[in-house]
Design a protein around this ligand. Structure first.
Ligand SMILES: C[S@@+](CC[C@H](N)C(=O)[O-])C[C@H]1O[C@@H](n2cnc3c(N)ncnc32)[C@H](O)[C@@H]1O
Length: 823
């Protein structure tokens, strides 16, 4: 259903707090509707390049020039995602499905058939409709609130495909090489997590469960897997942290490295051996930087700036990233290579060159993925393509387009012009590897997957699934690209420094050009070298930081002396220190909340150099701890890890009890193991009161309005508690279980949920559109301040009139609630 060229933008968008930008491409300055969706070179390349027949191309191109539907997916653990989806379906869809606009029924949002469980939806509603029709406006509000709360993720449909092809199971160790802004990382984390919560509940209550069914849950029901999400770009790595923080997933580390030289991660020696081992991944996603020429339905740059040199310029980096990924993969492991480009130079050419460089199909094979997302409409990968180049003539004033079918034809053309027109320039990025493989090549490139816009009204995408069948030896760069004369085999490196691949300079997209490296022949089990990052901290060189860390063990009791300083990329030096398992602060907290001895005490991370329990304690998985402790002083650039579990609480009354509060992010992980300070809430009315009122009163005469929650709170001393809300079907129940931190004050309670989350919960659970939160404490403080000001003004007037100072009223003193903050 093409909507023709040059159609206006006009799709209703929605934005959640902190969700900036899409996957690729900058935000445009002029209105999208003013941009002509035409580019002859771009169109001709795809029209004549043998991608599809002419009729199909016309259909495809109509879609290409039309607006992209908005799409989103329900996120989180299965039970929660399904519950939020049901609220959406039952509350909003019936109201919006009959809306008419300009005499026509407005199409309501629809599930995207390619994805299971109706968790992915798209909508083509014009924003005028959203503004003018109340049911749409209410629906829009729900989308925004749930996006902010992290239950809905706005993501392009095609961008959701690669994680589904990776076949990730709980317990797997996964690397996302180019992860920012993190939408695919979020999907991968959900997959690694699996249905862990249900199993942990069973483990904690000593019920039997199968720890290997559907994944590895051998850590007392918890998934043992790990995701490392990496991006080379400092700013984008920041966006990635923002995105993944919301997942509250302790099995996740964010790093900031050039993926093409991603460092090897040291692991403890095997039992009985003294040699360090190096981490290999079960699954790797290489969603590489690309020209993005499949995103022209939302990215104006493609229409304005497309040239074949974009793809050619990225091919080398893409190949190096893929090669490094294959090196880091376990034997039998899988890697998904993906781009949002349609250009074979960035796709099949990269895949074929990597397989050839690894030694062919016996080493790395292309997987047939017709079984993944079987409802996804797709086209096979290409075995033949032409390479387009534009050469400059007349001193750059004119351009001539050349279509080359082989490396040989390119070389002979270049040679021909070298004599007759020495000024004619061809792209220096054209290498042997950008061309289709040799006729005799048996690489089944048709197993790659191409998704085009007209197939299911999406953007375009390319996906290939590679399996590492055997250990690999990586050929020297020149032999892959056709730029060097003598190919030389290199053993698969187990060292910190990856085998080198061809350097690329001046990539579009701002990709960092990696340090050029010398070829190093290294045996599989050779003694490793120290990791050198491409930009070690200026302040703390690698060697120095090793010494420093052994000299200042965690919880050494030393005062913090130095503030972290910025390194030569402007990054602050980040500290990742674990507190010892016999730390008295942790013991006190565990005692206060009655945490089982089975809950690990050695996984608490703090972010100060001395490793002291000062302000926040983050909980991480065991594997994350092993990786961080063994590699933080080897030059690895860790940016984020851990879920905030305890935060120090500075109010007087709590000091006697536990000066630490539970944090919303980590409370769910801890609660199954707690035996004290658990408050149950079964009434919708009580939860509503706790949400709408910031500090509901618990007066001495026990006349409160918190129902059974209040009754339980009276039996507890001041401090933090778990508010446990169990799922119960029916109108008076709750669609899913929740655990929230609640603080018991001497005279009031405080659900430690911030205002936005309260409002989102009131909308989700009670369908309240504009809830007015009540905050007696803030109200009283405001009135006191006002009174103080009025009194001050009055007394100033009185002084002016010669009255006595003793007439001034007492200044109001804020009660304990006034210093309380919600989390
Ligand atoms: C297509 S985007 C990734 C989108 C991401 N996978 C997602 O789903 O949100 C490509 C990313 O690669 C990053 N990048 C570019 N060069 C890189 C390199 N050499 N190593 C690692 N990341 C790189 C860019 O910063 C960009 O964030």
């Amino acid at each position: 259903m093409g909507r023709g060229r040059g159609g206006g933008r006009g799709r209703g968008g929605f934005r959640g707090k902190g969700k900036k930008g899409g996957d690729r491409g900058p935000v445009r300055a002029e209105p999208w509707s003013d941009i002509p969706r035409e580019n002859e070179l771009y169109e001709n390349y795809y029209k004549t390049g043998g991608f599809m027949d002419e009729e199909e191309f016309e259909e495809m191109w109509k879609y290409m020039a039309s607006d992209l539907p908005n799409s989103f997916r329900f996120t989180g653990t299965k039970a929660e995602a399904h519950a939020v989806r049901e609220i959406f379906k039952q509350r909003y869809i019936p109201a919006i499905k009959d809306v008419e606009f300009e005499g026509k029924t407005v199409p309501p949002p629809e599930p995207v058939e390619a994805f299971p469980d109706e968790l992915v939806w798209h909508m083509k509603t014009h924003k005028k409709v959203i503004r003018r029709h109340k049911p749409f406006a209410e629906f829009q509000k729900f989308l925004v609130a749930e996006t902010t709360a992290g239950n809905i993720s706005r993501q392009e449909v095609v961008s959701m495909i690669p994680p589904h092809f990776l076949d990730v199971r709980p317990g797997m160790v996964v690397l996302d090489m180019c992860a920012a802004p993190g939408s695919k990382s979020a999907q991968l984390a959900e997959m690694i997590h699996g249905d862990e919560e249900e199993r942990v509940q069973r483990a904690a209550s000593n019920e039997s469960f199968n720890p290997t069914e559907g994944g590895d849950y051998s850590d007392d029901g918890r998934s043992t897997g790990l995701l490392i999400a990496n991006d080379t770009d400092v700013k984008r790595a920041g966006m990635l942290v923002h995105q993944v923080k919301r997942l509250n997933f302790p099995n996740l580390i964010v790093t900031q490295h050039d993926a093409s030289i991603f460092p090897s991660i040291e692991m403890p020696p095997a039992p009985g051996s003294s040699k360090a081992q190096y981490l290999k991944f079960d699954r790797i996603l290489a969603d590489v930087p690309c020209s993005g020429d499949g995103t022209s339905r939302k990215n104006v740059n493609v229409w304005q700036k497309w040239t074949p040199r974009d793809g050619l310029g990225l091919h080398g980096l893409q190949l190096r990233i893929l090669m490094r990924g294959l090196q880091l993969l376990k034997k039998g492991g899988r890697l998904v290579y993906s781009t949002c480009s349609m250009n074979p130079v960035e796709n099949e050419a990269v895949v074929a060159a990597a397989i050839e460089a690894c030694g062919g199909n016996d080493k790395v094979r292309l997987v047939d993925c017709s079984g993944y997302l079987p409802n996804l409409k797709r086209k096979p990968g290409m075995n033949k393509w032409k390479v387009l180049d534009t050469s400059n003539v007349n001193n750059g004033e004119d351009k001539i387009h050349h279509n080359f079918t082989s490396w040989e034809s390119f070389q002979s053309t270049k040679e021909k012009y070298a004599e007759s027109e020495p000024n004619r320039q061809f792209s220096s990025k054209i290498t042997r590897s950008v061309f289709p493989p040799d006729e005799k090549s048996e690489i089944p490139l048709e197993r790659c997957v191409r998704v085009y816009p007209h197939l299911q009204d999406t953007g375009a995408f390319f996906i290939a699934v590679l399996e590492k069948v055997n250990d690999i030896k990586v050929a020297q760069p020149g032999s892959i690209t056709g730029q060097a004369s003598t190919p030389k085999p290199v053993a698969e490196s187990e060292t910190a420094t990856p085998a080198p691949l061809p350097p690329v300079d001046g990539e579009p997209n701002g990709a960092a050009s990696p340090t050029k490296r010398k070829l190093e022949d290294v045996e599989e089990d050779a003694q490793p070298k120290r990791v050198k990052t491409e930009a070690p901290s200026a302040e703390t060189p690698v060697e120095q930081s090793t010494k420093e860390s052994s000299a200042t063990p965690a919880a050494s009791g030393k005062e913090m002396t130095a503030r972290p300083k910025a390194d030569n990329q402007g990054l602050q030096k980040e500290y990742f220190e674990y507190i010892p398992k016999d730390d008295p602060t942790v013991a006190g907290i565990f005692d206060f909340f009655g945490i089982s001895d089975r809950f690990p005490r050695d996984r608490f991370l703090v972010r100060n150099r001395e490793g002291l329990a000062l302000n926040k304690m983050y909980y991480t998985s065991e594997l994350a701890r092993t990786i961080i402790t063994r590699n933080k002083d080897r030059g690895m650039r860790f940016v984020h890890c851990g879920v905030v579990m305890f935060v120090s609480h500075k109010i007087k009354e709590a000091a006697k009890q536990a000066a630490w509060r539970l944090q919303g992010e980590g409370i769910k992980i801890l609660e199954p193991w707690a035996s004290k300070r658990i408050v149950k809430c079964t009434s919708r009315e009580s939860l509503h009161r706790l949400l709408i009122e910031m500090f509901p009163m618990l007066p001495k005469d026990r006349k409160h309005n918190l129902g059974e929650v209040g009754d339980q709170l009276y039996e507890l001393e001041v401090g933090c508690c778990f508010l446990k809300v169990d799922k119960r079907d029916g109108e008076d129940g709750f669609p899913f279980s929740m655990v929230l931190p609640i603080w018991r004050h001497p005279g009031s309670a405080n659900l430690m949920v911030d205002k936005d989350d309260r409002k989102a919960m009131l909308l989700r659970l009670y369908n309240e559109q504009e809830p007015q939160l009540i905050n007696h404490v803030a109200e009283k403080a405001k009135q006191d301040a006002l009174k103080e000001q009025q009194d001050a003004e009055a007394s100033a007037g009185a002084e002016a009139n010669g009255e006595e100072e003793g007439d001034k009223p007492d200044v109001a003193v804020a009660g304990e609630d006034a210093v309380m903050t919600s989390s």
